[in-house]
Design a protein around this ligand. Structure first.
Ligand code: NI
Length: 258
C-alpha cells in the first residue's frame, strides 16, 4: 500500500476514464491519492472529487503560474474551501522562476500570503520550487514558526539543498523523474535523505516514470517510482512503502490504515 502524495486528478486529461484510473490505482495498491488544486476552479474540483471518492484527499491553493490571478477574493474562497472535510494541505504554492508565467513580484506576494493563510488554518503546505531554491529557503527561514510544515513537491534540487529544506522541518517528495537514466541529482537525493522525510508522487498527468515515460501519468505508476527509490536505498520494497506511508500520514495528519 502506498500514497500518491501529489496528482492533479481533476484535470481534463482524466475526464474520459477517471473512475477506471482510480480503480486501477486501488487494485495496484495505491490506496490513497492527494489531488492538488492550482487555482480556484481546480481547487474547488479537487475538494469535490475528494468528497466523492474515499481514496482521495485534496489540497487547495494557487500555483505560482497563476499568481497573477490570485486576488483577495480568490484567497477568501480558498480559505472557505480549506475548511472542507478531507482537505489535508494548502497547495500547490511556491515560486517558478523558470517559466515566469506570472511576474516575480506577484509570485512572491502570493506565496507569502498563502504561507500566512496556511499557518492560520493550520495546514501543511505543498511547495512548487522551480529555479527558486534560494528564494524559497530564505522565505521559509524568515517565516519559521511551529505551525509551518510541509513538503517540497517534485523536488528538483541537489542533495545539499534537500538537506537545507529538511533542516527547516520540511519533507521532500520524489517524482517519477528519479527513474530517468541521467537524473543523477534526484537519484542521490532519493538515496541519501533521511527516510522519515521522504514521500513519493506522480504529479499526474505529467512526468510519467520509466517504463511509462511519454504516456499520460496516473497514480498507479507511483509504484515504479517507489520501486526505484527502494532499490536506490537498498531497501525492501514493502518496508519502503511502510515507511513512506508513515511519513505521509504524519505530515498530513491522516489516520494510518491497517
Ligand atoms: Ni503539481
Amino acid at each position: 500500500m502506498i500514497t500518491d502524495s501529489h496528482a492533479h486528478l481533476e484535470m481534463e486529461e482524466f475526464d474520459h476514464d477517471r473512475e477506471q484510473m482510480l480503480e486501477r490505482a486501488l487494485k495496484g495498491g495505491v490506496t490513497r491519492m492527494i489531488t492538488i488544486g492550482t487555482d480556484l476552479p481546480s481547487s474547488a474540483k479537487a475538494v469535490e472529487l475528494a468528497s466523492k471518492y474515499g481514496c482521495l484527499l485534496s489540497a487547495v491553493g494557487c500555483h505560482p503560474h497563476n499568481a497573477k490571478d490570485c486576488d483577495k477574493e480568490t484567497l477568501e474562497e480558498l480559505c472557505r474551501l480549506a475548511a472542507a472535510p478531507r482537505v489535508v494541505a494548502w497547495g500547490e504554492i511556491g515560486l517558478d522562476f523558470f517559466k515566469l508565467y506570472s511576474e516575480r513580484e506577484k509570485q512572491l506576494i502570493s506565496f507569502q500570503e498563502q504561507l500566512d493563510l496556511a499557518s492560520q488554518v493550520d495546514l501543511p503546505v505543498i511547495i512548487h520550487d522551480r529555479d527558486a531554491h534560494e528564494e524559497i529557503l530564505a522565505i521559509l527561514k524568515q517565516n519559521r514558526s511551529s505551525r509551518q510544515r510541509g513538503v517540497i513537491h517534485c523536488f528538483s534540487g541537489d542533495y545539499s539543498i534537500a538537506m537545507e529544506f529538511i533542516s527547516l522541518g520540511f519533507s521532500i517528495s520524489i517524482p517519477g523523474t528519479v527513474t530517468y537514466k541521467n537524473a543523477h541529482d534526484i537519484q542521490e537525493v532519493a538515496g541519501r535523505i533521511p527516510i522519515d522525510r521522504l514521500l513519493v508522487e506522480t504529479d499526474a498527468p505529467y512526468l510519467s516514470p520509466v517504463p511509462m515515460r511519454g504516456k499520460r501519468n496516473e497514480p498507479l505508476f507511483v509504484i515504479h517510482t517507489a520501486e526505484r527509490v527502494a532499490a536506490l536505498r537498498g531497501m525492501d520494497f514493502h518496508e519502503f512503502c511502510r515507511k513512506t506511508e508513515e511519513n505521509t500520514s504524519r505530515l498530513f495528519g491522516l489516520r494510518q490504515e491497517a
